[in-house]
Write a protein that binds this ligand. Structure first.
Ligand SMILES: Nc1nc2c(ncn2[C@@H]2O[C@H](COP(=O)(O)OP(=O)(O)OP(=O)(O)O)[C@@H](O)[C@H]2O)c(=O)[nH]1
Ligand SMILES: [Mg+2]
Length: 180
């Protein structure tokens, strides 16, 4: 039995807390408080961490740690990322400049992204088709990175599981490479 620590980060309101709560088989740890920031259009926001865990079919355990989205809590990002084996970055395509948002998290986790696998999940693409997944890929490529980018609805458990599986497949491939 192995354990995988995965960090879930990304834009405020993209759905980190929602996603972790949907897939966790234990009561998730949630540290949301009433939002007092007028620029954030939702009632509650994470100020500490989210935690959830799930057991895979092979018995491995996935521990999911969610960060606050707000950059003013970026000191927590580094703490929460310690020992993570991979990152899920969630984006909200309805925001004014989602590609700039992406760069905030690419920069914030630059050190980790040098070695860890990552998958980007883009939400609200049904109502906001632009930027497209290709636009995200181009922006990533301009920073010298290639990660899987998926159109997701974090309110669907199956979409969240696909994100986790995509990351685990990369981890598995990396481990095989190390063994060769
Ligand atoms: N209508 C709609 N709502 C969505 C969609 N995707 C996510 N949401 C909602 O957006 C909200 C996301 O809230 P959270 O899960 O708290 O987001 P978060 O990323 O944890 O936010 P912070 O902790 O503040 O950074 C939830 O109410 C979701 O139901 C979508 O595609 N359409
Ligand atoms: Mg949250």
């Amino acid at each position: 039995m192995r354990e995988h620590k995965i960090l879930v980060t990304g834009t405020v309101g993209a759905g980190k807390t929602t996603a972790i709560g949907l897939v966790s088989e234990v009561a998730p740890v949630v540290t949301d408080v009433r939002n007092s920031d007028a620029s954030i259009d939702k009632a509650r926001t994470t100020v500490g961490l989210d935690y959830g865990q799930l057991t895979l079919d092979n018995g491995d355990i996935v521990r999911l740690f969610g960060t606050p989205g707000q950059a003013r809590f970026d000191f927590l990002w580094k703490i929460l990322a310690r020992n993570a084996l991979g990152l899920i970055v969630l984006m909200d395509n309805s925001r004014p400049d989602p590609l700039a948002d992406l760069c905030v998290y690419l920069d914030g986790f630059a050190e980790h992204l040098r070695t860890l696998p990552c998958v980007v999940g883009v939400g609200r693409m049904q109502s906001h088709a632009v930027p497209t997944l290709d636009d995200y890929a181009d922006r990533l490529a301009s920073t010298g990175r290639v990660f899987p980018i998926l159109d997701v609805d974090v309110r669907r458990r199956s979409d969240v599981l696909v994100l986790i599986d995509t990351l685990l497949m990369q981890l598995e491939a990396d481990m095989r490479k190390d063994e060769e």
